[in-house]
Design a binder for this molecule. Structure first.
Ligand code: TA6
Length: 298
């Protein structure tokens, strides 16, 4: 079934089918919940969210577009394009606190498909490029989330983007990430310098890294990383398509105190693995062009 629920100032769509349930807020097209029946939730959502219009929810999957992270850490082409506009220039772009519209919902017994849409040139004052953004979500035995950016105007634009996914884990100190062995990453905590991953990644301090996965293509979903959530006795398998960056983030103790809507102990129960195209994987969308990127969790 599909039901609508209001959380203070925000509207959410609740999905339930024979295998899974999910929740998607219209604001930011933000998926906040995904759970297979009889299993612990896959996504983490803060208990301290405000549910206020204009404030992104802490958790789930915020959509970051047309830039990821702080503008200052973006490629020059993105900085120049955005600097020329009279828009807010905070972290993670412009669309995570705007209401998207529902384009389509297709409920089936085993999976429910949703498509949410945003026309940035109509919804964002000062955004001068005509485009259609679609977020396509499937709630079933797998969760898939795909962002499509279609340039419907006559001028090219550039973007970086991320599906800033917060995954739920039983205990961060018993969590490790495999699949990234030998990958190159940029460390946001070490002046954005480049390093190479050696072996398994265990999270026992603040981590904020952008792995660059040059082998991911647009051909098919590719297995990129596995979250070993040992205390829940499960593995979350992340597959990406046409997304060559993967951000791994946990704020740990000190940084989490500075975050909005983030309870003090919550760093222990979440890990962000964010399917992205950023830094050298910035995209240029030419007139008529269509960019698609996304992930699937199994
Ligand atoms: O993706 C990691 C990151 O860019 C971190 O540096 C971190 O501060 C964060 O996202 C959360 O950003 P937010 O604006 O949602 O507080």
């Amino acid at each position: 079934g599909v039901t609508i629920e209001v959380h203070k100032e925000l509207v959410a769509i609740n999905i339930i089918n024979d295998v899974a349930s999910g929740t998607i807020f219209l604001q930011g097209a933000q998926v906040t919940h995904y759970e297979r029946h009889c299993e612990p939730p896959i996504l983490w959502l803060s208990d301290a969210c405000d549910y206020k219009a204009g404030v992104p929810l802490r958790g789930g999957i915020p959509v970051c577009w047309p830039w990821f992270a702080n503008l200052s850490h973006n490629p020059d082409d993105v900085k120049v394009q955005i600097d020329a506009l009279d828009t807010p220039k905070g972290a993670h772009g412009l669309v995570r606190s705007i209401n998207w519209t529902v384009e389509d919902i297709v409920p089936q017994d085993n999976e429910t498909h949703l498509c949410l849409m945003l026309l940035p040139h109509e919804e964002i004052p000062e955004w001068p490029y005509q485009a259609t953004l679609k977020l396509m979500i499937t709630i079933g035995a797998e969760l898939t989330v795909k962002l499509e950016v279609h340039n419907t105007g006559e001028r090219s634009f550039v973007h970086t983007c991320a599906l800033h996914s917060y995954f739920s884990v039983g205990d961060i100190e018993q969590t490790s990430i495999t699949g990234l062995e030998d990958a190159t990453y940029i460390d946001a905590l070490k002046e954005w310098a480049s390093f190479q991953q050696h072996g398994t990644l265990s999270i026992n301090e603040e981590v904020d890294r952008i792995y660059q996965l040059n082998s991911v293509t647009s051909e098919k979903y590719q297995r990129v990383a596995q979250i070993h959530d040992t205390s829940n006795n499960r593995v979350i398998n992340l597959h990406q398509i046409d997304a060559k960056s993967l951000v791994v983030w946990n704020p740990w103790i000190e940084k989490s105190k500075q975050l909005s809507n983030f309870p003090n102990e919550s760093y222990q129960e979440m890990i962000c693995l964010e399917t992205a195209n950023t830094l050298t994987h910035m995209r240029k969308v030419t007139p008529g062009g269509l960019e698609l990127m996304g992930f699937m969790v199994k």
